[in-house]
Design a protein around this ligand. Structure first.
Ligand SMILES: [Zn+2]
Length: 380
């Protein structure tokens, strides 16, 4: 049951209300709760009164979490969103790169992950803000990413691209993460252990490696095998004779980062092209000053030729690579930069500011798989 304490009474009660502890309440009122304020399913809410008495209840034996897991299909089959918040459990089978979004000028973090149930139904889940950090921290300390189980308590649903997905709510959502390799023995998580067992029945221990590769944050394009066997090795001077789009391997030292190019930009979600604020578009062929079009959160993509609202932070780092035969300019894209960024505890997306972790690559020697595009060379 949802309980509320009026603002005026909060200071009087807050020191007696501790997360995870059990209490008894005397003198309170019960009333209906409006659907838009409803976090748990029940329509009734308990309200504290100024003379409500709170006492500690040390002999409480009930469950601490009382999950009520909602089957995936009862969410994914829906066409319109429901207001209620609910609990979900699933195995994490994929997660995309950390996505930095820019909402009303302030940067935040978002991480899309995919959950499956033992029947193989998939459910997309987006973690926002601090839940993203909690997930990344868990990945860092969890040695095996093949069997991660996620519990979202009091999640909410949201339609993305025509699909019913879930995400953390604005309030009250809790995220619990488990390494499904190990038995979960905590009493309160008995339901989670039951879920783990049902996964084991279906999967055994087989597809662990497969799953882990979809969760890995490392660059997905380049395996060691790629580097050593399939692609010819060239020195930089020889790249002049290599055709457009043909991959080759070079070994060189990064002698400079072209800082004026920055290391990130806001790109179109569809084509990745750099976007500009709609309100800042200057039409060079038009002599009259442009009329301010679009709201402050509208963006223009010159490749898609349309106004867009979906933007995504793209990483692109321009470096100068040198070997005994010459130097060449190489662009590092999302995956490569992301690997460096993922190792940072915090970074700031602001103009002209390079994190030390990135500056650190200067004067170091790397093996690059590169191909030449019409502008020069890019690494893929
Ligand atoms: Zn575009």
């Amino acid at each position: 049951m949802q309980a509320t304490v009026r603002q005026a009474l909060v200071n009087g009660f807050k020191h007696q209300l501790e997360e995870g502890s059990a209490i008894t309440l005397q003198r309170y009122s019960l009333g209906e709760i409006q659907p838009e304020y409803r976090i748990v399913k029940r329509g009734l809410r308990l309200s504290f009164l100024s003379n409500t008495i709170i006492e500690k209840c040390p002999d409480y034996t009930g469950s601490l979490y009382r999950f009520d897991f909602r089957p995936f299909r009862t969410i994914t089959d829906l066409k319109t969103e429901e207001d209620d918040q609910f609990d979900v459990i699933g195995q994490v089978v994929a997660c995309e790169d950390l996505d930095n979004y820019d909402k009303n000028g302030s940067a935040g973090k978002k991480k899309p992950i995919t959950l499956i149930d033992p029947e193989g139904n998939e459910l997309s889940c987006t973690l926002w803000g601090s839940y993203t950090q909690q997930f990344s921290d868990f990945l860092d300390k969890c040695s095996d990413h093949g069997k991660i189980i996620a519990v979202l308590q009091l999640a909410m649903m949201k339609v993305w691209d025509g699909k019913m997905c879930i995400q953390n709510g604005f309030k009250a959502t809790r995220l619990y993460l488990f390494n499904g390799k190990d038995t979960i023995s905590t009493d309160g998580f008995r339901d989670v252990e039951a879920f783990r067992q049902s996964l084991l029945v279906v999967q055994g221990n087989e597809n662990s490696e497969n799953t882990a590769s979809r969760i890995s944050t490392a660059s997905r394009n380049n395996t060691k095998e790629d580097f050593v066997s399939k692609v010819p090795m060239n020195c930089i001077a020889e790249l002049l004779d290599v055709g457009y789009g043909v991959p080759s391997i070079i070994v060189g030292t990064i002698c400079a980062i072209q800082e004026e190019e920055g290391w990130w930009y806001l790109g179109c979600r569809t084509c990745r092209k750099r976007v500009v604020k709609s309100s800042e578009i200057v039409d060079l062929e038009n002599e009259t000053p442009p009329k301010p079009s679009g709201g402050p959160n509208e963006w223009w993509c010159s490749k898609c030729k349309t106004t867009i609202t979906g933007i995504k932070t793209q990483f692109r780092l321009q470096v100068r690579v040198q070997d005994d035969t010459g130097t060449v300019s190489v662009s590092l894209f999302n995956e490569e930069v992301q690997v460096m960024v993922d190792n940072m505890t915090a970074y700031q997306l602001s103009d002209g500011l390079f994190p030390p972790e990135i500056m650190d690559i200067v004067d170091k020697k790397f093996v690059f798989k590169v191909s030449i595009d019409e502008y020069g060379i890019k690494k893929n």
